[in-house]
Structure formats: C-alpha cells, structure tokens
Ligand binder design. Structure first.
Ligand code: MN
Length: 205
C-alpha cells in the first residue's frame, strides 16, 4: 500500500495561538511528509505492500530501524493531527469519562499525570494515552517515533491520545519551554475524537 499525506481538517492558522501556523505548516508539509516518503520507499524495499500498517508495527523489530522510525513518524503525526481541533473540545463522552475516572481519579488528575510524563520525557519522543488489551488506560512516553503498536515497545495497546515532544513541534513559538507548549496542548485536544477511538476499541474497562 502506498500511503498518502492526510489532509488536515483545519487551516494551518486554525490552532493559533496555541500552535502557530508556521510551525504547523512545516510540521505537516516537511516533517510528516518526509516520514511518509521514506516509509513508502521502505515498504517497497521490504515488499510490505500487502501488509497493513498495524501488522507492520507488530513485526517491526525484524526490520532495520529506519522502518520503525519512518513508519512511526507517519502514523504518529497522522493521529496527532486528528486529536487536535481549533479551540479544543470538552470531555463529554460518558464512557471515556468513566475510564479516565477509574484509572486516574479525575480528568484534571489525568491531565496532570500526562503533563508530568510529557515534561519529564528526555529528548525527542511522544507522550501517550493508550488502552491495553485488559482495558487498562495508561499514560507513558516513547522515544523517537516509537508507538504502542510496535513489538519493539515494551507495553502495547491502542493509542487514544498523543503529544509530539520533538522540538520541531514547538521550538519556533516556545523555544525551550516545553511546559508552556504542553499546557497549550490541553486547549487543543479533540476529546470527541479520543472518545471515538476509545469506544471503537470496545474493551471493557
Ligand atoms: Mn513531529
């Protein structure tokens, strides 16, 4: 399969002021597009055209690390754009609220724990909310472009929410101030989409 760069469902300036248009445009059209190009090339090199992306991630440790880096780079950014929406949205979904309450106490506490993980992650990577097969909701971070679907990642699960922690995601506006970038992220989260992913999993919490 030849993957394509997903269109954003909003304009490049629509996430202002939390995420500036220049950063978003470069991030999408340069960074994301480059991961995609490399990933499509590697799919050809390793004759993986007949496999779905999740299937590729499940055996990614058997291939050179470039497949992991670029496949993850393509997938993670595609999800990232979808969990953002101009102005953010409220966490209204009852099922997701129940899950978050069960595993993190309150939505505010969830945000606090996610923020801490994102803030304390050393170097480039991603912060995640995932749902494990046993239903458990878990916050953690991964290095580079790794994600929770990869056999090279110690704890697996379905990604529900992600935050790009690479400096390319925030440096133009926030410079070294990752904390302000993370705090701004909470005003962009598309909870409706996170809830959709959670409900699609259909795993009992
Ligand atoms: Mn990025």
């Amino acid at each position: 399969m030849n993957y394509k760069l997903p269109q954003l469902s909003y304009e490049y300036d629509a996430l202002e002021p939390q995420m500036d248009a220049e950063t978003l445009k470069i991030h999408h059209l340069k960074h994301h597009a480059k991961y995609l190009e490399n990933f499509n090339n590697l799919i050809k090199v390793y004759s993986l055209e007949h496999k779905g992306i999740k299937e590729i991630f499940q055996e990614v440790s058997h291939y050179p690390v470039a497949l992991r880096n670029n496949g993850g780079g393509f997938y993670n950014h595609s999800l990232f754009w979808e969990v953002l929406t101009p102005g953010g949205s409220e966490l209204n979904d009852a099922n997701l609220k129940d899950g978050i309450t069960k595993y993190f106490g309150t939505p505010d506490n969830f945000k606090h724990e996610f923020t801490e993980v994102a803030l304390n992650h050393f170097g480039s990577g991603w912060a995640w909310l995932i749902q494990r097969e046993n239903g458990e909701l878990l916050i953690y971070s991964t290095p580079n472009q790794d994600n929770s679907l990869m056999d090279s990642t110690p704890i697996n699960g379905e990604p529900l929410l992600c935050l790009d922690l690479w400096e390319h995601a925030y440096y133009l506006k926030y410079q070294n101030n990752r904390k302000d970038y993370i705090n701004a992220f909470w005003n962009l989260v598309n909870w409706d989409h996170v809830a959709e992913l959670f409900n699609k999993n259909n795993i009992n919490i």
